[in-house]
Ligand binder design. Structure first.
Ligand code: ZN
Length: 62
C-alpha cells in the first residue's frame, strides 16, 4: 500500500469514510466497509457522495 494519510475519518455504521490525497496529490474520498466478510470499498469524487454511499450501504455481512 502506498503511504496515504487519511483525513476526516468518519464512521457511519460499519462503513468508514475517509479523505485521502493520492500519489498525484489529488483528493479522493473512499467509503470502505469494515465488516470482514463484506469487502465494500469504493472511491468517490466528492465527500458528499462517499458519505451518502456509507449511509445507504446495506451490509450483507451484518
Ligand atoms: Zn458492508
Amino acid at each position: 500500500m502506498p503511504p496515504i494519510r487519511p483525513r476526516n475519518v468518519l464512521r457511519i455504521g460499519p462503513v468508514q469514510v475517509a479523505t485521502y490525497y493520492d500519489s498525484r496529490g489529488r483528493t479522493k474520498h473512499t467509503a470502505a466497509c469494515t465488516a470482514p466478510r463484506c469487502g465494500f470499498s469504493t472511491d468517490y469524487d466528492s465527500r458528499a457522495a462517499a458519505e451518502l454511499a456509507a449511509r445507504t450501504h446495506r451490509c450483507p455481512a451484518r
